[in-house]
Design a protein around this ligand. Structure first.
Ligand code: ACO
Length: 470
């Protein structure tokens, strides 16, 4: 028996059943495509709007097969990782490329837990009206403030000397300073050799290399939990170092130690959202990193990109949509009306998947399982499955539109006591491990991203003074 998940074997069974069905259904549907070795640049490809088809880099972090409906992290099928692994182990795998040995794993978990202490960052964040802010805006700001906590930049020894203040005396408030910090801020990514040494001997400098990865993976989850609490009019809760990443996240959000089932569901959701190829937010964070900015700015860019309703914001919209439908009897009429108005149905369709999203395959039975324990979720699940039938029936064959990861995740989060406005932040908390892993990998052979646009404008316009323009 799997010792790690011995209290939640029934959930492991649900995952294995879903993955067996998925594998049988997609057997023979297109093979895996790998370059099989060094890529010879430049490569030829056909590029469409939204950079569709463009190849931006080589990567060993993860692979999405949109025809087969498969998702691989570092060679491991995400179905197996959900069944047997944990979010901490998956984060290690994504960052370092291989599964940890028992001692490596203990060290890694301890380091992550140490980085749960974000009290300085929280104090700073709470000086803003977090309760009135979009949670993703607060999370993005918090991610930037984490930089202060773990980086030497901005800390006391790098603050300007008193002599640098302009017009300062003992009683005055310093108003202007010589910007010493900026001299250092742009070089936070360590050189390749130093990063390799840190990776190999497990040591790291808190300001550079892998340090910010740990700080952001652990820190954003504590910040998201605190943001949720403050929005509900409560004080943030101190982290617990003895809990797993998933359990601590739920504990800090709800103030209750989660049951093994709740912890496992959160853990599986975190694993499923950890990485997904060159999606918009991953690309955004890599673009920022490629300028040799720093990991905190890179993750901040990822959070910003994830916020949009076409990306991470969709699961919140799904719950709103299901609430708007309200009754199972209304599903067909609502869907017909949506089609007439050419509306996009939230939680369906994907740029890459032209098959059932493997993440949705796992989330569906978990949502059903939780629905059995909660009437509200059961009601939502019923509407969702009816809507899925309508959408797939009409658009599945013709346009290859199937449920994506966002369709069933919201329901699960709601059953864990997470309100809809926090869903995207929870997605970000998980995706930080993919963003940081891909940034670290790209930096090994960094080249600044700089695509081109095809100019379709005019030439030879003659400037007219304002008064002559009608
Ligand atoms: N509902 C109805 N029709 C759809 C949907 C949908 N959800 N998604 C795509 N289509 C249709 C489009 O109308 C279009 O039809 P047309 O060719 O007749 O004009 C065709 O399918 C292609 O759609 P595009 O928008 O061009 O596909 P693209 O690859 O650019 O977009 C996207 C993918 C953004 C995910 C899109 O499917 C969508 O908006 N889905 C709803 C939002 C959503 O669920 N986002 C979460 C994505 S997963 C994630 O980011 C974690």
């Amino acid at each position: 028996m799997d010792q790690l998940h011995k209290k939640t074997q029934h959930i492991t069974k649900l995952i294995l059943k879903a993955s067996k069905a998925a594998r049988e259904e997609t057997r023979g549907d297109g093979g895996y495509a790998s370059s099989g070795g060094a890529v010879k640049w430049p490569v030829e490809c056909t590029v469409g709007p939204g950079l569709e088809g463009a190849i931006a880099c080589e990567s060993k972090v993860g692979y999405v097969n949109g025809v087969k409906g498969a998702l691989i992290y570092r060679g491991y099928d995400v179905f197996d990782l959900c069944a047997y692994s944990t979010f901490e182990e998956v984060s290690y795998l994504l960052l370092y490329g291989k599964l940890p040995t028992p001692s490596q794993f203990e060290i890694f978990k301890k380091k992550l837990a140490q980085h749960r202490n974000v009290s300085d960052t929280l104090r700073l964040l709470m000086s803003f009206p977090v309760e009135n802010m979009n949670p993703m805006a607060a999370l993005r700001m918090g991610a930037h403030f984490l930089r202060r906590e773990f980086s030497t930049i901005d800390q006391d020894d790098h603050k300007p000397d008193s002599g640098d203040f302009i017009g300062s005396d003992e009683d005055s408030i310093a108003m202007e300073t010589v910007p010493k910090g900026s001299k250092r801020a742009i070089y936070e990514f360590k050189r390749k050799k130093q990063r390799e040494r840190e990776r190999d001997d497990g040591t790291y400098n808190p300001a550079t290399g892998y340090g910010p990865c740990y700080s952001l993976i652990a820190g954003t989850s504590c910040l998201a939990a605190a943001i949720k609490r403050v929005r509900e009019g409560h004080l943030p809760i101190e982290p617990r170092m003895d809990l797993s990443h998933a359990a601590n996240l739920l504990y800090m959000m709800t103030g209750k130690e989660p049951s093994p089932e709740e912890e496992r569901i959160m853990d599986v959701a975190l694993i499923l959202h950890a990485d997904h190829g060159m999606n918009a937010s991953t690309f955004a964070s890599m673009v920022v990193a490629s300028t040799l900015s720093d990991m905190y700015f890179s993750v901040g860019a990822g959070i910003a990109a994830l916020n949009g309703p076409l990306h991470g914001g969709a699961n919140e919209q799904v719950v709103k949509m299901l609430e708007e439908i309200g009754k199972k009897e209304r599903v067909k009429a609502w869907f017909d009306e949506a089609m007439k108005e050419k509306k996009k149905i939230m939680g369906f369709g994907h740029r890459v998947y032209k098959a059932y999203d493997p993440r949705a395959r796992i989330l569906l039975p978990l949502a059903e399982f939780f629905g059995g324990k909660n009437d509200e979720i059961a009601h939502m699940f019923e509407i969702a499955t009816l809507l899925e039938k309508q959408v797939v029936g009409k658009l599945g064959k013709e346009k290859k539109i199937f449920p994506n990861v966002d369709f069933y995740s919201g329901m699960l989060y709601q059953s864990l006591g997470i309100p809809a406005e926090m869903f995207t932040s929870i997605f970000a908390v998980s995706r930080v491990s993919g963003w940081t892993a891909r940034v670290m990998e790209y930096l090994e052979n960094n080249r600044i991203f700089r695509p081109r646009a095809i100019y379709t404008g005019t030439f030879d316009e003659k400037y007219k003074p304002l008064r002559n323009r009608k």
